[in-house]
Write a protein that binds this ligand. Structure first.
Ligand code: HEC
Ligand code: HEC
Length: 433
């Protein structure tokens, strides 16, 4: 039975074996866990929040494994949105070459909150401005764009050099399948010099894989800035919740954040990671095994017309319909499958309108990873106020399309100019995913 309601993104892969199914449930409870400030006498395995953090649980941002929402205005706060920070220049030395260079005072992510005794970094919110874009037939569509507002700064001004990137939590279904696609297949899809002359390039991000001690193709995060779910999740525990792991054994306090450093206790000789390897593995299995919901109405005539248009006008040049998974030692149930994620996992120049101006490894300030579109049509079932794109600026799928620029400008123009019935067909196709 397909699940269409609030839990549409919360099911395990139906093919999980019983041992993995049990691990999935254990992983889910850690994903939902509200972590506490240590030391806890009762559950020392579930403490370690902070010293600086964004939220107390994974699920606080990834409710029902669906997408988060941006603040609606100045008085609203960032409940499921975060701000990455850096300053110009390369990150730490040869190992992490190309890594964004963390802000010297605030680090690489804005953490609004601190545990008792540690000042938080301040308040982050968005204010919106609207403009009207017209379809070729004159229909007005209001497009809103956010402006980041940081206030009550805990450690002084950020300075003129700071680069910021506002990102809303993306949905989490099907990620294990995307992880199991062979690197060689992604490299084969890339066309950085546009040799086929279709105007669509697509390049892989090369990012530092801390577990392997080598560069690897990035796939997770909105700029493909993480090579694996293990590292993505360890990074989230570290950056979003303030929990250390074997992979990231030090808290992110900067030199000037003295209260943070004192509370962190990283230097203690008996310091062991706040998150055990076993806990990280369970959460990672959970994020690998969230199933992609089945399509609906795939045979509806209007949907089929829309599917044809999607390919014909060039949407599928980036939103690749079909990929194949290779071997999957981490979770054999994922191996050797044909999947329809509608992404190439590559970076594309999306134009000035969507640019954040903040490079992330090899991604430029104008590039974003093509997001998978599977499950897209169930967004409204899972999330109260569905929004799209990296910062949640689009309130409808049509708005999301109209923001496409750069390499995707011809495809966007085709949508702007098409007869309204065709547009309706294209949107019905997207809703069927
Ligand atoms: C403050 C909100 C917030 C919290 C808390 C949070 N996330 Fe995220 N999550 C995000 C955002 C934003 C992104 C995109 C990050 C980027 O592009 O750099 C993301 C990305 C991800 C991704 C990759 C998705 C993809 O499509 O590539 C995974 C997996 C993930 N988070 C898991 C977790 C886990 C596990 C936790 C708890 C340890 C967690 N998140 C906590 C906001 C959050
Ligand atoms: C050049 C590559 C490219 C082409 C062509 C392209 N897209 Fe995209 N698409 C992207 C990228 C990259 C994003 C993410 C942009 C962002 O978040 O700022 C995106 C985002 C989206 C989203 C929002 C998804 C989400 O999870 O928020 C939708 C819907 C979408 N595209 C549909 C389409 C349709 C329909 C077409 C054809 C008219 C199309 N795209 C053409 C690369 C492309």
């Amino acid at each position: 039975m397909p699940v269409l309601g609030r839990d549409a993104f919360s099911r395990p892969l139906p093919t999980l074996d019983p041992a993995h199914r049990a691990a999935f449930q254990a992983g889910r409870s850690l994903f939902q866990q509200v972590w506490t400030v240590g030391p806890s006498e009762v559950r020392p395995d579930l403490d370690g929040l902070g010293p600086l953090f964004n939220r107390q649980s994974c699920v606080a941002c990834h409710a029902k494994n669906g997408r988060g929402e941006p603040p609606e205005g100045e008085s609203d706060s960032m409940r499921s949105t975060l701000v990455r920070l850096s300053v110009p220049g390369d990150g730490a030395g040869d190992k992490a070459g190309w890594a964004p260079r963390p802000h010297p005072v605030y680090g690489d992510q804005f953490n609004p909150d601190g545990i008792p005794g540690v000042p938080g970094e301040g308040r982050a919110t968005l204010v919106w401005s609207e403009r009207i874009e017209r379809l070729a037939d004159g229909t007005p569509i209001a497009l809103r764009r956010p402006e980041l507002r940081l206030s009550n700064l805990g450690y002084g001004p950020l300075g003129p050099e700071v680069m910021t990137s506002v990102r809303v939590a993306p949905p989490l279904v099907g990620l294990g399948l995307l992880e199991a696609v062979a690197e060689a297949d992604l490299l084969a899809l890339a066309d950085p010099d546009d040799r086929d002359g279709d105007g669509v390039r697509g390049r892989v991000n090369l990012v530092w894989d801390a577990a392997r001690g080598a560069f690897a193709v990035g796939r997770f995060g909105l700029k493909a800035n993480q090579p694996s779910l293990l590292q993505q999740n360890a990074g989230a525990f570290d950056g979003d919740l303030g929990l250390t792991s074997t992979l990231f054994p030090h808290h992110g306090c900067t030199a000037v954040q003295t209260a943070c450093r004192a509370a962190a206790g990283d230097d203690a000789s008996d310091a062991k990671p706040e998150l055990s390897d076993e806990q990280l593995d369970l959460v990672t299995l959970y994020t690998r095994a969230l199933a992609v919901p089945a399509r609906r109405n795939a045979d509806d005539p209007l949907v089929r017309v829309g599917e044809g248009l999607f390919a014909a006008i060039g949407c599928a040049a980036c939103h690749t319909r079909t990929l194949r998974t290779g071997p999957s030692p981490a979770l054999p149930e994922l191996a050797g499958r044909t999947i329809h994620p509608y992404t190439d996992l590559l970076l594309h120049d999306m134009g000035e309108g969507l640019a954040d101006g903040r490079p992330d490894f090899q991604a430029t300030g104008r590039q974003w990873r093509t997001p998978p579109l599977w499950g897209l049509g169930l967004t409204a079932a899972v999330t109260d106020r569905p929004t799209y794109l990296h910062d949640g600026r689009a309130r409808t799928l049509l708005e999301a399309i109209l923001w496409h620029g750069g390499e995707a400008e011809p495809a966007r123009e085709a949508v702007r100019r098409m007869p309204s019935l065709n547009r309706k067909a294209l949107l019905s196709f997207l809703e069927s995913l």
